[in-house]
Ligand binder design. Structure first.
Ligand SMILES: [Ca+2]
Ligand SMILES: [Ca+2]
Length: 216
């Protein structure tokens, strides 16, 4: 064998052996293990088939946050109801008529003041819808004095409506009323005989409030 052929053959053999010892050997017949000469472990097998994907639920933290939010909402609603009931202690002279529970603000104030107190306590400011209710309002006037009722002509002068904007189904105006005195009488109070008078809404009066069973 000529010298250069010997050198070339030796180089090929060394390269093949080196490749077998490397971590990622090239494919070559020189790399096949022979009995009693296991120099290294075989390559890892192919990954197995993927299993079916399970249902994905919300992460545990999200579930806990949702539960806490729900509890906070419930507590908030309870607190709101409690606050409304507590504000009812600022009302006095309670009268139950059929399913309607009337009461009067403890202190005097403007119409807006009375309306605010009533709404904050979960009530609505009513007007007497019949003679029976008018008599209750009249009796309350005879105990505490002037009381606002829930009707105004603020929107359209001369046309009194309830606080939902509906026409009044019952009225009991005193003769000559409503007079819109000084061009600025848009609220109503009841006199000792049950008759009505329109009055300036900034006058200091008590206010009547209606609490329905569902308003707690
Ligand atoms: Ca008026
Ligand atoms: Ca008047």
């Amino acid at each position: 064998m000529k010298l250069h052929s010997l050198i070339l053959s030796s180089a090929i053999l060394i390269t093949a052996i080196w490749s077998c010892l490397a971590e990622e050997p090239t494919k070559t017949t020189f790399c096949i293990d022979t009995p009693g000469t296991n120099l290294r472990e075989g390559r890892p097998g192919q990954p197995g088939l993927k299993g079916d994907k399970g249902d994905t639920g919300p992460p545990a933290n999200e579930r806990r946050i949702a539960a806490l939010e729900s509890q906070l909402e419930s507590m908030s609603r309870l607190w709101e109801q409690f606050a409304k009931l507590e504000r009812r202690f600022t009302f006095t002279h309670w009268r139950l008529h059929k399913h309607k529970l009337f009461a009067v603000t403890l202190n005097r104030g403007t119409f807006e003041n009375g309306l605010k107190l009533c709404q904050e306590a979960g009530g609505i400011m009513p007007y007497p819808e019949n003679e029976e209710e008018n008599n209750i309002f009249r009796d309350l006037y005879n105990i505490v004095g002037l009381i606002y009722i829930g009707a105004t002509d603020t929107e359209t002068e001369g046309t009194f409506v309830d606080l939902n904007g509906r026409p009044l189904s019952f009225t009991k105006w005193k003769a000559g009323e409503p007079s819109n005195g000084e061009g600025n009488e848009n609220c109503i109070h009841i006199w000792d005989n049950g008759e009505w008078n329109d009055k300036n809404c900034n006058s200091e009066m008590h206010a009547i409030c209606l609490f329905l069973p569902s308003s707690a």
